[in-house]
Design a protein around this ligand. Structure first.
Ligand SMILES: [Fe+2]
Length: 132
């Protein structure tokens, strides 16, 4: 799996959020590298950090975005909740999985798709609202 390339196409122009998005992408790329090199022992800790950091990030985003456009936000925030339910479920599955590699691969596929599309399709439309 190719690493996710961070670039200006992902930037909102809000350093607090951009830095966190960048850190999340970095964590996902680390997960991909470790899976590729079969460093499975370090995965439980890494997956937990991704779960925890995502929650921390949503608190930051929710606090900022809810002030800008409550209507838009009422559509945006449930997507964070949905993500949390899904990643918590996957992390739980991982903790009991026999095949850690396969389960971690499923987590990676989910994280990869979700974060790229969420940042570019859901977070980025906030850019025009933030600029006003
Ligand atoms: Fe978001």
């Amino acid at each position: 799996m190719e690493p996710i390339q961070w670039g200006s196409y992902m930037e909102l122009g809000l350093p607090a959020i951009d830095k966190q998005h960048q850190a999340l992408i970095q964590m996902i790329n680390t997960l991909a590298q470790r899976l590729e090199s079969e460093e499975l022992e370090s995965l439980p800790e890494l997956i937990q950090s991704i779960v925890d950091y995502g929650q921390h990030h949503f608190q930051t985003e929710d606090a900022i975005f809810s002030d800008f456009d409550p209507d838009y936000f009422s559509w945006h925030q449930p997507q964070h909740h949905k993500y949390c339910r899904r990643i918590n479920h996957l992390a739980q599955q991982f903790s009991i999985a026999q095949d850690k590699h396969a389960c971690a691969q499923e987590i990676l596929n989910f994280l990869y798709r979700w974060w790229v599309s969420h940042i570019t399709e859901v977070d980025l439309p906030m850019k025009s609202k933030l600029a006003k």
